[in-house]
Design a protein around this ligand. Structure first.
Ligand SMILES: CC(C)(COP(=O)(O)OP(=O)(O)OC[C@H]1O[C@@H](n2cnc3c(N)ncnc32)[C@H](O)[C@@H]1OP(=O)(O)O)[C@@H](O)C(=O)NCCC(=O)NCCS
Length: 182
């Protein structure tokens, strides 16, 4: 996830229903609401619009509870071997209850089944101090991602940290040879 601005726990006992499924048409609004509730990460209109567009143009998984959509994760593939967690967010009222972990584990499982070997996330590098993004990096580290490189993809002011995770999987029959990068 590009920085927009400076800036296994038990599930919530009150929520008995929980499902992770693909985003349906019209649900971008609920996801946008989650983005807007996280101004330390998604504080610029242009950035919000960009991510809302990505929700429907890319593969987006939503985590639904009795109260509605509580979080989402959007995947962007790089050929057959790698995929990016383009953006993910959990409603602040549902944070720290294991929902982010569930979304990430779901994405990993989907990708492993497809024979994808590497997952990547992009986030603000620690060379630009930010309490918000320190939390994000802490979550990614906990999820098994490791820093790979820092670059200037987002310019001098927003150093980008690429973190990667290897997914042990068996390539399904038929996925051989050079990956088409896209
Ligand atoms: C990052 C985010 C998706 C995590 O979702 P979450 O539901 O709050 O996280 P979980 O409760 O599933 O936490 C999973 C694990 O990560 C750990 N973790 C979370 N934040 C952490 C931190 N700052 N440092 C270390 N570990 C952390 C949790 O302790 C938990 O580990 P445990 O199960 O062993 O206790 C969510 O907080 C969020 O939306 N943040 C704002 C937006 C953002 O950063 N998006 C990601 C970049 S696009």
């Amino acid at each position: 996830m590009a920085p927009i601005d400076e800036g296994v726990k038990p599930p919530n006992r009150s929520e008995s229903f929980m499902e992770i499924r693909l985003l349906k048409r019209g649900e971008e609004v609920a996801c946008e609401g989650i983005l807007r509730a996280l101004p330390d990460w998604f504080g610029i209109e242009e950035g919000i619009a960009h991510y809302v567009k990505a929700l429907s143009s890319m593969e987006t998984w939503v985590l639904e509870t009795e109260s509605g959509i509580a979080g989402f994760l959007t995947l962007h593939p790089y050929g057959n071997s790698a995929a990016d967690v383009y953006v993910m967010a959990v409603s602040p009222s549902m944070r720290d209850q294991g929902l982010g972990r569930r979304l990430m584990q779901h994405a990993e499982s989907i990708l492993r089944d497809r024979g994808v070997e590497f997952m990547q996330v992009k986030t603000l590098a620690p060379s630009r101090p930010s309490k918000a993004y320190a939390r994000t990096r802490g979550f990614y580290l906990k999820m098994g991602f490791r820093p790979l490189e820092e670059n200037k993809l987002w310019g001098e002011k927003n150093p980008c940290l690429i973190m990667v995770k290897h997914l042990p999987c068996q390539k399904p029959e038929g996925i051989k040879g050079e990956a088409k990068l896209g």
